[in-house]
Design a binder for this molecule. Sequence first.
Ligand SMILES: C[S@@+](CC[C@H](N)C(=O)[O-])C[C@H]1O[C@@H](n2cnc3c(N)ncnc32)[C@H](O)[C@@H]1O
Length: 310
Amino acid sequence: MFTNCCNSHANGVRNIRYNFIVMVGNNYQQTHNLKRIVLDKLKHKIIDHLNKVASIDLSMYEPVFFEQTILKRLTETNCSGYSDYYELLHKNKIESDLFIKSFQINYTEFFRNDFTFSVLNKLIIPEIISNFNKNNHNEIRVWCAACADGQEAYSIAMLLEEHLKIKQFNYRIFATDQSDTYINTAQKGAYHTSQMGCLSLNRINNWFDKKGEFYVVKNDLKKHIEFSVFDLLNKQFSCPPSSIFGNFDFVFCANLLYYYKPEFRHLILKKTSNSIIKKGYLITSETERETLFEFKFKEVFPHSAIFQKR
Ligand SMILES: C[S@@+](CC[C@H](N)C(=O)[O-])C[C@H]1O[C@@H](n2cnc3c(N)ncnc32)[C@H](O)[C@@H]1O
């Protein structure tokens, strides 16, 4: 009898504790959901505001990337939350410009992604050159579609120049980016000593002149590259107008897809892959390979991030 009584008391306590935990859990979930709804509303208000004042649609960016970007600006401007930041954007045009600019990540390196460049060098370029000779083409045509400060375009040019020592061909690289600031930097081709780590001494000696703390790309390499501003989401053009008709042997479109929502990735992939010749190649970064598989591209060599249309 005493034991039964103790048991039912213990069960009662357990039930109360359980109900309390469920109640706290539900409250937490409700508060969390409410916070999420408020944040999403503010996020849309910010997007609408910038659409009005700067005619830019920031809703195309991946939500996680959008939130990281806004959090960075909140910290840098000492704002306590989205609502404060929304007020600041209203008052301060300079902050609107800074916010928009912070979506343009331009980190890049010479020969970024070693493995991709070595497959390109050992397998893809030799095959393109041998077809070039067979088909009597005018030139090998390359599009570097988000070239940032230019290192990717110059890396491709260096590789092609090394192949030129073995076989004769002409080539042209069309290097584009949505940002005119990056294109200006790329055109200048002056890189600080600290940016040269991924280059062999041989390549540095062959293709750069040292000017103080900087290495400047020689004109012999620059002359093969046409830099221009081009937004891959621009609906008017299917390829850089400077290239006239596209027809590229390969296109680099690396390290930008993951910033965008899937429908915009799709638009970019459609545009870049449509500008490639039959059996041409589309090259991304290793981290973007999954996206290419989703859109049914075929990787030509495992893990290379070099693809062909099926
Ligand atoms: C992280 S960098 C990558 C640079 C280089 N492709 C690499 O892999 O090292 C991304 C670049 O994509 C450019 N970009 C982003 N969206 C673009 C768009 N819609 N059209 C053209 N360029 C874009 C940015 O301006 C930036 O320079």
